[in-house]
Design a protein around this ligand. Sequence first.
Ligand SMILES: *Cc1c(COP(=O)(O)O)cnc(C)c1O
Length: 389
Amino acid sequence: MKSLDAFAQKKLAALANKGLQRKILDTDRTKDGGVLRKGRQLISFCCNDYLNFNHHPKIKRAATQAIKQYGTGAGASRLITGNHPLISQLEQRLARLKDSEDACIFSSGYMANIGIIPALANEQDIIFIDELSHACLRAGGEMSGAHMMFFRHNDMTHLQTLIDQHRLNYHKALILTDGVFSMDGDIAPLGRLSCLAKKYDCWLMSDDAHGLGVIGGGKGSRYIFDPLPDIALQMGTLSKAIGSFGGYLCASKPVIDLIKTRARSLIYTTALPPANAAAALAALDIIDSDPDYCRRPMDNALFFTKALGLPDAQSPIVPIIVGDTAKTMAFAAALEEDGFLVTGIRPPTVAEGTGRLRFTFSARHSQKQIHALVASIQKHNILKAGNTA
Ligand SMILES: *Cc1c(COP(=O)(O)O)cnc(C)c1O
């Protein structure tokens, strides 16, 4: 269709004009934790494979074995014939890890959020959501039809004010937040959130995509708090530190039963392939048995922030806010020239004027590699140009 192509071209040209056209580049993630892009070997500081499980021999063996035994695909939705026993086993395993009664596996973290929230809330309800929450928490909220109210990032006074003003006008209420914020690397005040949730009968949901495996002894961001906060809905992904694919929700038995009956992104999509479940199970075994290894990404992030004189990292994610989009992308290109892959993050992933370099640290980065990265950042005066979060 000519009109369709014309629309796409015009829209793209307008985005390109603002430096917002995105390109997806072929990237081969090599065994040593590096990447191969455009024929060049780079050290990646932007993968979410925090524990380098993508190439872990035990995990690869578990996945390969599962493919040999069960094949490559799931064949159907979990409600038809796709519910492989390995998926049920993985649910039990995650429920145990998160100290919850039950769990539900989805095909991805995004699918989890757009399934869970609309199954729990509708037009008569209200959702309080941290303004920096991940795009798929926001998408789930919007799909539910509930009234969305954004509270200022990690600002409990603002949340309390919004609850005071609005809670009573609605039936049910949810509070949504990232556990570890994906673009900022800081952590939600889960203790205080759980107190507010309890006091005003709001259902607290945390998206701990970046916490599992690397924070709280590998159990996630909830586990750095004492006392342990009550989080009714603990959601996360198997595609980051776990090195596999898939999303999950840990919650009480009645909630999980309802989700399995009502979440459309679970019912109307094909189940996770058995090999992904096998890989995740093997990864959780390693996390259980080796807390020292799980601490390494965090230690590396702290080494980085100390070397640059930044505030201590709270997670393996450390942003340097540059601001201007073109400048952000130019710095990313300069680092790539020096051999480091650090993707620039720009709107609409982050707010206008907060373009940033987002560094993620993994278990296998060496201090020598981090030193070299720090030297490159200093050489290009990146810190002076930005103001760090
Ligand atoms: C990556 C991410 C997701 C999406 O998980 P996938 O399994 O990759 O779909 C959800 N929430 C947060 C906070 C994330 O960072």
